[in-house]
Design a protein around this ligand. Structure first.
Ligand code: SAM
Length: 566
């Protein structure tokens, strides 16, 4: 039986020693070995202790006071705080906080190394990032009123600390922090949000909760108790030592994956085991379970935990023009030639599988519209944007994004394609009408056909090599002859050199070679229905949104099937 963390030590008012890594084999599950963790630590160049980023604005001083009065001075964590207020009040923060904690409170100077059991506050009017365990101060790039310093800090912490990143959103107005939290979740970090009922200003907490980025919603004074327990969990204390082997050779993941398959209709058997294992351990850390079997029991009885795990396993981070240089290359090569070759009024068909919350599909729509306008041509543009998660698609269809999500879009383009609402930006109707969003599982459902360009970015990386290979054959099938494929910057066409030629090696742009290869398309990759039966309450797609796809004949596709109606 695995050792469970001692509850006595976790009391908010107790004074534990600096954090020690938790270790020991988990009951019936994956094991953690501390010496291996120490050896593996070469991989990490950032701080070897948890660094907690805290963002707040109006009402933040009160919330910070409540949090630090409950936090022991020797927790083993470091705290980096951004209070997004006017510069005069920011400048008093170090002094004010010093009255509520025994930890040293320092105003940040550029290049300062982060140390455990210290509190760092940002100097007024600067932008803060973290690089390899050091604090970096920069001149803010945006003018006052358009800055998102909390987003900048959270994203930097996530990239530097990865699964060890912990970010907290406290009282404040607006939506600052929400965009940065997406990166924290993508890296496997932890997000605490102040319970809006306890916040003087609930804008920032409610924005993070509405985006479903919170791991726990707590009053500030309850956060230390959770954190002290969480940082001792193997997921944070020894992340590099988690492996899947057990004495009897069975995988502890198997019962969990079976549960997700049967209860939620999500089949993760073709996803990379290492990523799944890390994500399951993250949930175990958040739920305070050391043993995989205990956590599996929790899943059996707690549908909310099941939903949270599925969401964590389907990493949905995205942004407009992600990897801007790649998009520039796509625009200048693929989109320019598509527009030049096609006559006015001709159809142009694009497909973005794994579109998450829509930013990628809208990025395509913007570039293609601009190209068409420059060439004074009008096309029947149809962008099919699909994802296996309905939650994502709801956000995508709404097409409303916080200011931080659009901050890298040049002002002309922003004005042309977005309406500014109260603190958010809404995609204009004319652009939304080019995109059809629909739920579609790439591993289970037939592809679209006769597509000019498929952007399938940052989805293949989560799949096992064999599944990647089969999906790529499927994408070849979905493209018209000579159609283009745009992958994520860590993805390639792998062994399928005979199916695709390289257009840009650096930016993973390819072109379909040869005729349709029915012999390679063996479908579906996964058996069974895409979604559980309707008894589970999931809404059916309205008829207008349902996809009409090529017919399957004997488990293979036929191009002779009637074309989709778009
Ligand atoms: C990391 S996001 C990538 C978003 C976007 N393509 C980008 O690169 O910014 C991966 C997306 O793939 C979706 N996904 C994962 N497995 C899928 C599957 N089998 N079929 C369709 N979508 C899937 C997830 O729901 C998630 O939204």
């Amino acid at each position: 039986m695995a050792r469970r963390p001692s509850d006595k030590r976790d009391g908010a008012n107790s004074k534990p020693k600096a954090s020690k890594p938790a270790h020991g084999a988990a009951r019936g599950g994956s094991k953690v070995d501390a010496p291996a963790a120490a050896k593996a630590s070469g991989r990490r160049k950032s701080a070897e202790f948890p660094v907690v980023g805290i963002g707040a604005s109006a009402g933040g001083i009160e919330a910070l006071t409540r949090l630090f009065e409950a936090m022991p001075a020797d927790s083993g964590m470091a705290f980096v705080i951004i209070l997004h207020l006017d510069p005069t009040r920011e400048s008093q923060l170090a002094h004010l906080l010093g009255q509520h904690t025994e930890m040293p409170v320092a105003e940040i100077a550029d290049g300062m190394a982060i140390e455990p059991n210290h509190v760092y506050v940002i100097a007024p009017d600067s932008s803060l990032t973290v690089e390899r365990g050091r604090l970096r101060l920069k001149e803010p790039a945006e003018p006052r009123g358009h800055r998102h310093p909390v987003d900048v800090l959270f994203a930097a912490l996530a990239n530097d600390q990865q699964e060890r990143a912990i970010c907290i959103v406290l009282s404040g107005t607006g939506r600052n922090g929400t965009e940065g939290l997406k990166e924290v979740k993508a890296q496997g970090g932890c997000v605490l949000v102040q319970d809006p009922e306890t916040a003087r200003f609930d804008g920032m907490p409610r924005s993070a909760i509405a985006a479903k980025l919170d791991d726990h919603v707590l009053a500030p004074e309850d956060m230390p108790k959770f954190l002290l327990r969480y940082i001792r969990h193997a997921y944070v204390a020894a992340p590099h030592a988690i492996d899947e082997s057990t004495a009897d050779g069975d995988s502890p993941l198997d019962p969990i994956l079976a549960l997700l398959r049967v209860r939620c209709g999500h089949d993760f058997r073709h996803y990379k085991r290492s990523t799944l294992l890390r994500r399951v351990h993250r949930r175990m850390g958040l739920a305070n379970h050391e043993a995989v079997d205990d956590y599996t029991d929790l899943l059996r009885t707690n549908p909310a935990e099941m939903d949270a795990l599925v969401k964590d396993l389907m990493i949905s981070v995205t942004r407009f023009f992600r990897d801007p240089e790649a998009w520039e290359t796509l625009d200048k090569t693929v989109l320019a030639s598509l527009v030049a070759e096609r006559n006015s009024d001709a159809p142009i068909r694009l497909w973005a599988p794994g579109c998450a919350t829509g930013e990628e599909a809208y990025s395509l729509a913007m570039l293609l519209t601009e190209r068409a306008e420059a060439a004074q041509k009008q096309f029947q543009i149809k962008i099919f944007a699909t994802d296996s998660q309905d939650d994502n698609l709801k956000l995508a269809r709404a097409g409303v994004y916080p200011e931080a999500a659009v901050s890298a879009i040049p002002p002309d383009r922003l004005r042309r394609f977005f309406d500014k609402l109260d603190g958010t930006y809404e995609i204009k109707k004319e652009l939304r009408e080019l995109v059809v969003f629909a739920q579609h599982n790439l591993l289970r459902e037939p592809p679209f056909s006769r597509i000019d360009l498929i952007t399938c970015r940052n989805l293949l990386i989560y799949l096992e090599p064999q599944a990647q290979k089969r999906v790529l054959a499927l994408l070849h099938f979905g493209l018209r002859e000579g159609g283009y494929l745009f992958l994520g910057s860590a993805e390639t066409v792998g062994v399928h050199h005979d199916l695709f030629e390289i257009v840009s090696k650096k930016w993973r742009i390819y072109r379909r070679l040869g005729p349709t290869r029915h012999d390679l398309v063996n479908f579906p990759l996964l058996p069974g229905p895409t979604r559980p039966a309707h008894a589970d309450g999931l809404p059916r797609l309205p008829a207008s949104r349902r996809l009409v796809l090529p017919k399957l004949r004997n488990g293979r596709f036929s191009t002779a099937s009637p074309p989709p109606p778009y």
